[in-house]
Write a protein of this length. Sequence first.
Length: 162
Amino acid sequence: MNNTVNRESLADIVERGGVYRNVSGGYPGEILANITSRLPAFPYLKPEALLRAVLEREALMPTGIGKGIALPHPRTPMLDEGEAPFVAIAFPQWPLDWNTPDGSKVHTIFLIVSRSAKQHLGVMSKINFLCQDEKFYSLIKSRAPNEEIIAAIRKAETEWAG
């Protein structure tokens, strides 16, 4: 197993996936289609296949976690050994219903694509932890510039490692 990719920083994974602003869509399926169509070209991943897998997962149970955040992802890993994982952060044009446990409308979406269940859980855990931090949460809620969001993730990872 390639440990460098498993230990890759969340900031690097987010930089690879990108940050998308004012993504249009009135419901989760529509916004997820618009996010996947805006992703960089990954030679190992077809946007249609990713969208289908993410929508299948949403159909099982919505991935809105509350506080205006959703963590959509495929049910099973879609990447092979050596293929780079990514997280795309998307800010919808307007907050939308996502059937969150607290009834909040989603203002920030973290689309997670990983290589293994272990990697997926690690990435999801880091995102959950970050979103509990009021400073980071206020950055995403206010749609801070990409550089500020990435810098905040790097800073948090440095603190976790220390």
